[in-house]
Design a protein around this ligand. Structure first.
Ligand SMILES: N[C@@H](CCC(=O)N[C@@H](CS)C(=O)NCC(=O)O)C(=O)O
Length: 219
């Protein structure tokens, strides 16, 4: 019988990536259900009317529909590396709030500038750089991670969004005066944790056997 909490996820979604990274870090097992966002399954709609991903269904009265809540839920159960406690709590919260607010807004316009012709793509990029990338560069020039010499939850909360930003114009990113950010981003992209959380799954159907996540680490 399946008694694991259920995670509705979408592989490339940055919110789902941060949730899966925290689950991998904590080693908290869930049943993963990969969702096709154009054909959301009734089981997801039944627990979350907004039906964005990720959603964690840990039973009646315990449905989490925000990725940061799922991160906290996972790390509250197992946090051997003190991801929740490390770093400058106030600064990190501000960076994550900016990431989820002004930066995400600018990132979406930078990515799809043709859909937002009010401003140029470079203007949206400048906005994204000013609100988050520059403060992050300053923080990461002072220490290897937002957690200091080791990572913390805030590193993982912003990383998938910075990854998207860097991917919009890789040539620009390579040349930009952002050495600390490049080192930090490359480190996360090459990490075993990221490889584990990006494992590929077919879209879930109700007749499937439960898929346990995190997958076993390759030996
Ligand atoms: N507040 C949510 C936002 C999640 C979100 O917007 N996810 C996007 C995918 S990246 C989504 O599900 N979009 C589909 C939709 O809105 O129907 C969180 O933090 O998890």
């Amino acid at each position: 019988m399946n008694t694991l909490p259920i995670l509705y996820s979408f592989r490339r979604c940055p919110y789902a990536i941060r949730a899966r990274l925290a689950l991998c870090q904590a080693g908290v097992p869930v049943e993963l259900r990969e969702v096709d966002l154009k054909r959301k399954p009734p089981a997801l709609l039944a627990v979350s009317s907004a039906a964005t991903v990720p959603v964690l269904d840990a039973g009646p009265g315990a449905v989490l529909v925000h990725s940061l809540d799922i991160m906290r839920w996972a790390l509250a159960q197992s946090d051997g590396d003190r991801w929740l406690a490390r770093g400058d709590a106030g600064l990190n919260q501000r960076l994550v709030d900016t990431n989820d607010g002004d930066f995400k807004h600018a990132l979406d316009r930078y990515k799809y500038a043709n859909r937002h012709p009010q401003r140029s793509q470079a203007a949206y990029r400048d906005e994204a750089v000013a609100c988050l990338i520059e403060p992050l560069e300053a923080a990461l020039a002072r220490a290897d991670y937002l957690g200091g010499s080791l990572p913390c939850w805030a590193d993982v909360a912003v990383f998938p969004f910075v990854r998207q930003f860097a991917g919009v114009d890789p040539a620009w990113w390579r040349e930009a005066p952002l050495p600390a950010m490049r080192r930090w981003l490359n480190g996360w992209q090459d990490s075993a944790l990221f490889a584990l959380c990006m494992h590929k799954y077919a879209v879930w159907t109700p007749s499937d056997e439960p898929t346990r996540f995190p997958p076993l680490r390759p030996t």
